[in-house]
Design a protein around this ligand. Structure first.
Ligand SMILES: Cc1cc2nc3c(=O)[nH]c(=O)nc-3n(C[C@H](O)[C@H](O)[C@H](O)COP(=O)(O)OP(=O)(O)OC[C@H]3O[C@@H](n4cnc5c(N)ncnc54)[C@H](O)[C@@H]3O)c2cc1C
Ligand SMILES: *[C@@H]1O[C@H](CO)[C@@H](O)[C@H](O)[C@H]1NC(C)=O
Ligand SMILES: *[C@@H]1O[C@H](CO)[C@@H](O)[C@H](O)[C@H]1NC(C)=O
Ligand SMILES: *[C@@H]1O[C@H](CO)[C@@H](O)[C@H](O)[C@H]1NC(C)=O
Ligand SMILES: *[C@@H]1O[C@H](CO)[C@@H](O)[C@H](O)[C@H]1NC(C)=O
Ligand SMILES: *[C@@H]1O[C@H](CO)[C@@H](O)[C@H](O)[C@H]1NC(C)=O
Ligand SMILES: *[C@@H]1O[C@H](CO)[C@@H](O)[C@H](O)[C@H]1NC(C)=O
Ligand SMILES: *[C@@H]1O[C@H](CO)[C@@H](O)[C@H](O)[C@H]1NC(C)=O
Ligand SMILES: *[C@@H]1O[C@H](CO)[C@@H](O)[C@H](O)[C@H]1NC(C)=O
Length: 501
C-alpha cells in the first residue's frame, strides 16, 4: 500500500469509529429517555409518530433526522426530559427544541442525530373570563389560538398565518396585525411557565423573576423551555383584509405610498401593511402584492388612501374574522432568507428592487430547480411599536435606542433542488450585503436584525445592543450555570456565539 492509501484507510477507520461513538452515545441518550418516565412519549425512526414528525417543518431544509424525538404533554414531562438529557453522571446529550417548526434556519428547531423535543402536542389555549387572560401552550399554532378564543369573542396579538407556533413567535419578538396599537407581541406576555436547565419549573412574571421575564422577550431559546404564555385578551372584532396585486410598472407609486403609510402609521393604528415584491419562475412574472389588514370591521379604510390611487391587477378584499385571514396552505420548499432594518426612505426600497432583479437574473441563469420563487417583503418598523415596552417590564430587543421611522426588509428564496442550496444562499447573502452597504453609505443603515427573519449567517442578538447582550449573558449564567442551552442545544441564535465588538 502506498502511504497515501494507508492514510486514507486510517482516516476512514477513524471516521467510522467517531461515527459509531457519536451514534452510540446518542443511542444511549434515547435509551435513557426510553427508560425514563417519558419513555412512552419517546419515538424512534420507523415509527408512525416519527414519520409524521419528519416532514412537519415549514422549510424542507429544516427536516433533519434526530435519533429519537420526545413529545411531552406537560411541564413535568419536559422537566423529566431535560433532567435525563443533562444527566451529569453520563455523556452529554445534544438536543433541539421545537414548537410550530416554522423557523427556516436549518437546525434551529431540529437536530441531526441528537434528540428533538417536539412541543407540538402541548397545543391548548384556555381563557379566563374573570381575568380576561388567555393561557397559550407553546406548541399551539396561532390558528387554533384564534379559533379557541373566538368562542369568547376575544383575541390576542399573535402570528399572521395560522400554522406558526406560539413558542418560537413569542420568544423571538412577534409582529402581529395589531402591532401599531398594542406593540410587539412579546411585550403583551404577562406570565410564562418555564422549565429551566436544571429541570426546575418556574412561573415567571415581572415580579417573580424580572430579569428572566425580560430576557424571554426576544432572547429565543437561550434561557429555558417555555411551556405556557399568559396574555391579556382584547375584544375580537371582524377585520378587513385587502390582497391587492399591482403591475411591477407601478413600482414608483407603490414605494411612494408605502413610505407615506409608514410615516403616518400613528394616525390610524388599526391599519397594518406588508408590501411584497415577488417573482415566480413558473409564471416568469415579477409582481407587487399588498397585504392590507385593518383590525376593525371597516371596508376600504381611509388609512390606505395612497394605495387606492394605484391601478391594480387583482383585488381580493373581504370583511371577515381574524381566523379566516390567517388561513394558510403551503408547499414545503427549501428556503434561504436574510433581513435588514433601514430608515423609511423611498430610495432604500428602490435599491432593494434593483438588488432583487439582479438576484432573479442570477437565479434564472444558474438554478437547477425548475420551480423557484423569491419574495422581498417590506414592513413598518416604527417607534410606535416599542413605546410601551419599558412600562410593561421591557424586552431585550434594544429598540428604545431608535426614534426614527424605519422599515424591515425581509428576503426569502424558495426552491426544491438541493443542488441549488449554495446558489440561493449566495444570492440572498449578496443581496443582504449590497443593501447594507448601500444603506451605510447613505446614512439609512440600522444595526437591528429581526431574529425571526434572520438568515444562517446573521447575528440578530448582537443587534440588540451591547447592554442587552451583556444582560442576556448574565441571565444565562444565572439560570443556566452549566450552559445547557448554549452547549447542548446548539440550534438557533446563541448568546454565547454573539462575539465581542
Ligand atoms: C409563513 C410564515 C409567516 C410568519 N409570519 C410572521 C409574523 O406575522 N410575524 C412575525 O413576527 N413572525 C412571523 N414569522 C416568523 C415566525 O414568527 C418565526 O419563524 C417563529 O420562530 C416561528 O415559531 P414556531 O413556534 O413555529 O418556531 P419553531 O421553528 O418551532 O422554533 C423557532 C425557534 O424558537 C425556539 N423555541 C420554540 N419554542 C420554544 C420554547 N417553548 N421555549 C424556548 N424556545 C423555543 C426554537 O428552539 C427555535 O430556535 C413567520 C414565519 C413564517 C414561516
Ligand atoms: C443518570 O445516569 C445514571 C447512570 O447511568 C443513572 O443511574 C441515573 O438514574 C441517571 N439520572 C437521570 C436523572 O436520568
Ligand atoms: C394537539 O395536542 C394533542 C394532544 O395534547 C394531540 O392529540 C393533537 O394531535 C395535537 N394537535 C396537533 C395539530 O398537533
Ligand atoms: C359573541 O358575540 C356574538 C355576536 O355579537 C354573540 O352572539 C355571542 O353571544 C358572543 N359570545 C360570547 C361568549 O360572549
Ligand atoms: C405556577 O402557576 C400555576 C397557575 O397559577 C400554579 O398552579 C403552579 O403551582 C405554579 N407553579 C409554581 C412552581 O409556582
Ligand atoms: C404590466 O404592464 C405592462 C405594460 O406596462 C404590460 O405589458 C404587462 O403585460 C403587464 N403585466 C401584467 C402581469 O399585467
Ligand atoms: C382595484 O381596482 C379596482 C378596479 O379598478 C378598484 O375598484 C379597486 O378599488 C382597486 N382596489 C384597491 C385596493 O385599490
Ligand atoms: C371562515 O372560513 C370558513 C371556512 O373557510 C367559512 O366556513 C366561514 O364562513 C368563514 N367565516 C367568515 C366570517 O367569513
Ligand atoms: C410558483 O407558482 C406556481 C403556480 O402558482 C406554484 O404552484 C408554485 O408553488 C410556485 N413556486 C414557488 C417556488 O413558490
Amino acid at each position: 500500500m502506498t502511504s497515501v492509501t494507508v492514510v486514507a484507510v486510517l482516516l476512514v477507520a477513524l471516521f467510522r469509529s467517531c461515527l459509531a461513538q457519536s451514534t452510540g452515545n446518542q443511542d444511549r441518550c434515547c435509551a435513557a429517555l426510553k427508560a425514563s418516565a417519558i419513555g412512552d412519549r419517546t419515538a424512534f425512526p420507523g415509527s408512525i409518530t416519527y414519520k409524521g414528525f419528519l416532514h412537519s417543518y415549514y422549510a424542507s431544509n429544516a427536516e433533519l433526522h434526530p435519533n429519537c424525538i420526545v413529545q411531552p404533554l406537560s411541564a413535568q414531562d419536559i422537566s423529566v426530559t431535560v433532567q435525563t438529557l443533562t444527566n451529569s453522571s453520563a455523556e452529554p446529550c445534544f438536543f433541539a427544541v421545537r414548537s410550530g417548526g416554522h423557523v427556516a434556519v436549518t437546525g434551529a428547531a431540529n437536530i441531526e442525530h441528537g434528540v428533538t423535543i417536539d412541543l407540538s402536542m402541548m397545543n391548548g389555549t384556555t381563557y379566563s373570563p374573570r381575568t380576561g387572560t388567555a393561557s397559550i401552550q407553546t406548541g399551539a399554532p396561532w390558528g387554533s389560538v384564534y379559533e379557541t378564543l373566538l368562542r369568547d369573542n376575544v383575541t390576542v396579538p399573535g402570528g399572521r398565518v395560522s400554522p406558526i407556533g406560539a413558542g418560537g413567535f413569542l420568544t423571538g419578538g412577534g409582529i402581529s396585525f395589531h402591532a401599531a396599537r398594542v406593540g410587539i407581541s412579546c411585550d403583551n406576555v404577562q406570565g410564562y411557565e418555564v422549565v429551566l436547565a436544571s429541570g426546575e419549573i418556574v412561573n415567571v412574571t415581572q415580579h417573580s423573576y424580572p430579569d428572566l421575564f425580560r430576557a424571554l422577550k426576544g432572547g429565543s431559546n437561550n434561557f429555558g423551555i417555555v411551556t405556557t404564555f399568559d396574555m391579556p385578551t382584547q375584544p375580537a372584532e371582524d377585520v378587513w383584509r385587502g390582497d391587492v396585486v399591482y403591475n411591477i410598472s407601478h413600482t414608483r407609486e407603490f414605494i411612494s405610498a408605502a413610505t407615506e403609510f409608514v410615516d403616518n402609521i400613528a394616525t390610524d393604528p388599526f391599519a397594518s401593511f406588508e408590501g411584497i415584491f415577488s417573482y415566480n419562475s413558473t409564471t416568469d412574472l415579477t409582481l407587487i402584492g399588498n397585504i392590507l389588514v385593518y383590525t376593525r370591521p371597516v371596508a376600504r379604510p381611509a388609512a390606505y388612501h395612497a394605495f387606492y390611487q394605484i391601478p391594480n391587477i387583482t383585488d381580493i378584499s373581504r370583511l371577515t374574522t381574524i381566523m379566516n385571514i390567517t388561513e394558510y396552505t403551503y408547499v414545503s420548499y427549501r428556503i434561504a432568507g436574510r433581513t435588514g432594518t433601514y430608515l423609511n426612505r423611498a430610495d432604500i426600497i428602490h435599491k432593494a428592487t434593483r438588488v432583487l432583479s439582479k438576484g432573479i437574473r442570477a437565479a434564472k441563469s444558474r438554478a437547477q430547480s425548475k420551480d423557484f420563487s423569491v419574495i422581498l417583503v417590506v414592513q413598518p418598523w416604527v417607534p410606535l411599536f416599542w413605546k410601551n415596552s419599558q412600562a410593561r417590564g421591557g424586552n431585550v430587543l434594544g429598540l428604545e435606542r431608535f426614534d426614527q421611522n424605519m422599515i424591515n426588509i425581509d428576503w426569502s428564496y424558495f426552491w426544491n433542488d438541493k443542488a441549488d442550496d449554495g446558489l440561493f444562499d449566495d444570492i440572498v447573502g449578496s443581496a443582504q450585503v449590497e443593501m447594507d452597504e448601500y444603506a451605510k453609505s447613505t446614512g439609512a443603515y440600522n444595526e437591528f436584525i429581526y431574529l425571526h427573519y434572520a438568515g444562517r449567517t446573521q447575528n440578530p442578538l448582537r443587534g440588540y445592543g451591547r447592554d442587552n447582550v451583556e444582560f442576556m449573558r448574565q441571565v444565562s449564567r444565572k439560570y443556566d450555570p452549566q450552559g445547557v442551552f448554549q452547549r447542548l442545544v446548539p440550534g438557533g441564535f446563541k448568546i454565547s456565539s454573539v462575539g465581542s465588538d
